[in-house]
Design a binder for this molecule. Structure first.
Ligand code: PEP
Ligand code: MN
Length: 351
């Protein structure tokens, strides 16, 4: 992709309410946060899960955003979910647009939006899709990029999960890291509000995002969060936004200090050696798997004995505990090892 970073300041801060509710709410919020904010956000059309929730003010709120622009130094942004939204925003002089999580999942809408933006040179931000499918996220960015939009930014807002979780949307940090690996030039910012779903976890999520070298945040901020018409539990006050920003520690991606670099090099060398041993052990394990595969084939025995798999999972969890390893890491590791053990044996059976 041909990407031109739309901003250079770090961290880049986008703040403002989940939804535009009234002219007064927007203006009071914008004035209260302008010294802490680079870009003012407010949802005009709200994609709500159930009907009969507040679905946004619609077009009228674009005029309120124009007033925010006139009366503050802030640039303004809103979410678009179809081509009509794009047209209305372009007419209203909105500075930055974003595609929400419920839009990124739908290539038809993304394509329609990309076409409506053809020839327009403005920053567009793309939230991750609701579920952790990296290619859909990249696909949406590519659709925009193919039509000449290169001021792109990805927003990591976490992923829907059916599992019990402390988060409203699981961060699954590995997904934005994989996105960065595929598109190193693409700025990624974090939306700790939609990841947390509550006010208490925002700080910690935002700090993790910074420590993973993300470029900024989108934080839902409301003058009176308790009375907000959408996402009341996760919005913070302008004062809390200011405290959040001053609490964050901005770390460097590398250090000048010679001692630090020498020590880091030493530790990394030890890691390299451990990894080499790990791979040798994996090689030994694979040889045993092959032998077992051949042995089962000669004796006409199936590859899978489910009791053995349960036993492996259980005993490895116990072994993991005694090695101070996290349960989840051990089970994910053995799921992977077992998957490849099955594949190796399937190949042997075929020969
Ligand atoms: C929002 O930013 O208010 C919003 C609806 O977010 P998401 O698309 O991440 O759910
Ligand atoms: Mn919201």
């Amino acid at each position: 992709m041909d990407i031109k970073a739309p901003f250079h300041k770090k961290p880049w801060v986008i703040a403002g309410p989940c939804s535009a509710e009234s002219q007064e709410q927007l203006l009071v919020t914008a004035k209260a946060i302008q010294s802490d904010t680079d870009l003012f956000r407010a949802g005009v059309w709200k994609p709500r899960t159930r009907p009969n929730s507040f679905e946004g003010i619609g077009e009228k709120a674009l005029e309120w955003l124009q007033v925010v622009k006139q009366e503050t130094d802030l640039l303004v942004a809103t979410e678009v979910a179809n081509a009509q939204h794009v047209e209305k925003c372009l007419q209203a002089g909105i500075d930055v647009l974003w595609l929400g999580a419920r839009t990124t999942v739908n290539p038809f809408y993304v394509q329609e939006i990309a076409e409506a933006l053809k020839g327009v040179d403005m920053p567009i931000m793309v939230k991750n899709p609701l579920h952790p499918e990296l290619s859909l996220w990249i696909g949406a960015l590519e659709r925009l990029n193919k039509l000449g939009i290169n001021q792109l930014t990805a927003i990591h807002r976490g992923f829907f999960t059916l599992e019990k979780s402390a988060f409203r949307n699981e961060p699954k940090w590995e997904i934005p890291i994989r996105l960065k690996k595929k598109c190193p030039e693409l700025p990624i910012i974090c939306d700790p509000s939609h990841i947390s779903g509550n006010r208490t976890m925002i700080q910690e999520v935002a700090q993790t995002a910074l420590d993973l070298n993300m470029s900024g945040f989108m934080v839902e901020t409301h003058v009176s969060p308790q009375t907000a018409l959408s996402d009341a539990e996760q919005q913070i006050t302008p004062k809390q936004l200011s405290n959040l920003i001053s609490s964050l520690v901005l770390r460097e991606t590398s250090a000048e200090d010679k001692n630090f670099n020498a020590q880091l090099k030493k530790l990394r060398k030890s890691i390299d050696e451990v990894d080499m041993k790990l791979l040798q052990v994996m090689g030994d394990r694979t040889k045993l798997v092959q032998e077992i595969g051949r042995f089962k084939k000669e004796n006409s025995v199936t590859i899978l004995q489910i009791e053995r798999w349960f036993e492996i999972l259980k005993t490895r969890q116990e072994m993991g505990v005694s090695c101070n390893l996290e349960n989840q890491m051990v089970s994910e590791l053995f799921e992977l090892i077992h998957k490849h053990s099955i594949l190796t044996q399937t190949d042997i059976m075929k020969k």
